[in-house]
Design a protein around this ligand. Structure first.
Ligand code: ATP
Length: 344
């Protein structure tokens, strides 16, 4: 379903956990809520679900304000990080539970449970109890249980946080595929940017109760609207005084301006590798981190520390080695504004 949120605010004491948040989500979209711990992600989900009452703002599903609807009437499925399965019930029993509460007829429950077992790839595990399942299987039961009553909106609160890396990777792909198949509007909370980038149609970056930016992962990476977003997505380093870098001297006209520099803005090389020597300056290799497909190189240039990538095909650099550095662009910001500056 289509979801619209306007001016959503929630304070705990004086502290705004969620601060005047506005967004809308098209039907069938998968949205990742991404941000640091304590930013307000869970509070947003809980208000959508009706488990928490907003201080102000409207929550609108299908064009109807639902603020006053109790959770069970909002057509929402909720998946928690810690599975929250009933330990004394089998897989089948867990999936059927919500339908029994809603007094679905027995034969419809049976059909629906069979459908979900099939959908979530749990055939053969119907009679098992949660302790007889792996973490990934348990989480699939939790999905099946949340989907059983045919919700219109699926809320997932860090669904993969308790699962180890390899299985998590598989579950992400599985989730994406399942949501595409079902066409169900879904919002999932994560603090793992790779997870959000890989799975979500759009990301919402939440920090200190504020929605900093909403957009596709690529758009957010290319056009960050705030320094927080720029620093949160992708690798970067902050240079306190960018006017000390060659090509950015003009920035001295705006005292207090800092720069965020991404690895791909920085080119490095041994002296003989550079054709544009006039534009470069001298730096020193500080650390090299082997990343499997490339090196991540930390470089000192004057008082600034930069990071960049170096392809494995090029000659291996060594810590302490003097190299040439060219910074192509910087993302500049001060207290009031932010902008991109190119080194021409
Ligand atoms: P995490 O990633 O750690 O789950 P989050 O982004 O989901 O964090 P929330 O759980 O929404 O953040 O919390 C936002 C802020 O509101 C936090 O500072 C938290 O301490 C506070 N908070 C949340 N629930 C309550 C509550 N019931 N009473 C008081 N403060 C609360």
């Amino acid at each position: 379903m289509h979801v619209e949120v306007r001016g959503l605010t929630k304070k705990f004491g004086e502290f705004p956990a969620v601060n005047d948040v506005h967004f809308s989500i098209a039907k069938g979209q998968l949205i990742g809520l991404l941000g640091p711990s304590g930013g307000g992600k869970t509070s947003i989900l809980r208000m959508l679900a009706g488990l928490e009452t907003p201080d102000s703002g409207d929550i609108v599903f299908h064009g109807t304000r639902v603020n006053d609807l109790p959770p069970q009437e909002r057509e929402i499925g909720f998946v928690f990080q810690n599975y929250a399965l009933f330990k004394h019930m089998t897989v089948q029993g867990n999936i059927a539970f919500g339908l029994e509460v809603k007094k679905w007829p027995k034969n419809r429950i049976k059909e629906r449970v069979a459908e979900l077992i099939e959908l979530t790839g749990l055939s053969g595990f119907e009679k098992r109890y949660p302790h007889q399942l792996s973490g990934g299987q348990r989480q699939r039961v939790a999905f099946a249980r949340a989907l059983a009553p045919e919700p219109q909106l699926l809320l997932l609160d860090e669904p993969f946080a308790a699962i180890d890396a390899k299985i998590r990777q598989e579950l992400r792909a599985w989730l994406r595929e399942m949501i595409d198949r079902l066409g169900i509007t879904s919002i999932f909370v994560t603090h793992d940017q790779d997870e959000a980038i890989e799975v979500a149609d759009e990301i919402m970056i939440i920090n200190k109760g504020n929605l900093e930016q909403k957009g596709s992962p690529w758009d957010i990476y290319k056009n960050p609207e705030t320094p927080f977003v720029a620093g949160f997505i992708g690798e970067s380093t902050i240079v306190e005084d960018v006017s000390t870098l060659r090509g950015f001297e003009q920035a001295a006209d705006w005292p207090g301006t800092k720069a965020l520099i991404r690895p791909e803005y920085v080119e490095i090389g041994q002296a003989n590798e550079f054709r544009l020597l006039s534009a470069t300056e001298t730096g020193r290799v500080r650390h090299l981190h082997f990343r499997g497909s490339e090196w991540l190189v930390e470089v000192d240039v004057g008082a600034s520390r930069l990071v960049t990538y170096r392809s494995l095909e090029k000659e291996v650099l060594h810590p302490g080695e003097e190299i040439q550095v060219l910074v192509h662009r910087a993302y500049l910001f001060n207290d009031n504004d932010s902008w991109i500056m190119e080194n021409r």
